[in-house]
Design a protein around this ligand. Structure first.
Ligand code: MBD
Ligand code: FE
Length: 308
């Protein structure tokens, strides 16, 4: 026990941990007043358990400071740090458990983490068009893009948890917001050689709930590993790779917005995602596509939203 009291002085009766917790005032923000005792206890217990030294704590502070200094609209290093610790996936799981009624588990499409590369205001495109903006032989990844061109279709469906036995029904005018990396493993905002908003788009579903667009089969890709999060991974002897994935935010009036990702089942990293986001129901299988000069592969995937 490292508490500083020796039992003789009533004034120092509380352990350091209890003092910090007791310091919270009566007018504290209610949610903070609720969660901080637990946070302080776990932080203090962690430091005691590992015998954390001042030097080690200073190193950790520098890591976090460096993440903060690097973070901006184009790269959120602090979020990346959370991702490699599994924290974004954990809070995604907890949130899903809180907001979905337990009885409907498994009936709507599972969520997955947003990640640091979403951009608002991707162009709204007509169904059947392509999110691949620059596909000329001058593009360094042209050959791979041609080989992996894909036609992605599906429906957005509604599940009403109040009527759990009813089959999901098609949702008209749902928005499918999609983004993925180029075959060089970079999102457009990471890569000056890609046009603005390359490989991003939004599609509105038709009266039958259908969406359709041309994209590429996603490739495995290393999360940015030239910063503090990457340095941390290396110190842990961990690889930075994510399995090939496509991000989606699917929204519709009167429904919970779904943030998710789908994962290509051919990917060698499918079981070792560096940010722990893969779920069984999000693993998809691309089929060879015949008689379409625009796409070598096809994928059909339905999203099921929960009425809210
Ligand atoms: C990504 O591309 C990503 O999707 C996540 C979740 C974390 C880091 C990089
Ligand atoms: Fe991603």
């Amino acid at each position: 026990d490292v508490s500083i009291m020796d039992g003789s002085e009533k004034k120092f009766d509380l352990s350091l941990t209890d003092k910090v917790i007791a310091a919270t005032g009566p007018n504290a923000h209610p949610r903070l007043a609720q969660v901080m005792p637990s946070l302080v206890r776990h932080l203090h217990d962690f430091a005691r358990e590992v015998n954390l030294t001042v030097d080690e704590w200073t190193t950790a502070i520098e890591l976090i400071n460096e993440c903060g200094r690097m973070s901006n609209d184009r790269r959120n290093e602090t979020q990346l740090l959370c991702d490699i610790l599994g924290l974004e996936t954990l809070v995604d799981e907890i949130t899903a458990n809180i907001v979905s009624s337990a009885s409907v588990s498994g009936t709507s499409t599972p969520s997955a983490i947003l990640g640091p590369f979403y951009r608002h205001d991707a162009p709204l495109l007509p169904n059947g068009s392509s999110i691949v903006k620059d596909l000329t032989p001058a593009v360094p990844w042209y050959d791979q893009a041609v080989a992996d061109s894909a036609y992605i279709t599906g429906r957005v469906l509604s599940h009403n948890p109040l009527f759990p036995d009813m089959p999901p029904t098609p949702l008209r005018n749902a928005i499918v917001d999609v983004w993925h990396t180029a075959p060089n493993g970079l999102y457009e905002q990471q890569d000056p050689s890609q046009p603005d908003m390359n490989l991003r788009g939004r599609f509105a579903t038709d009266a039958q709930g259908r969406y359709a667009f041309y994209a590429l089969r996603p490739v495995a890709y290393p999360i940015p590993d030239d910063g503090p999060a990457g340095k941390f991974l290396a110190l842990l002897d961990r690889h930075p790779h994510r399995p090939g994935h496509i991000h989606f935010i699917v929204s519709a009036t009167g429904h919970r917005t779904l943030t998710t990702q789908i994962f290509d089942d051919r990917d060698e990293y499918i079981e070792k995602d560096s940010v722990f986001a893969v779920k069984d129901d999000l693993v998809v299988h691309f089929e060879p596509r015949e008689r379409d000069p625009q796409a070598k592969w096809s994928l059909n995937y339905d999203f099921v939203l929960e009425a809210a």
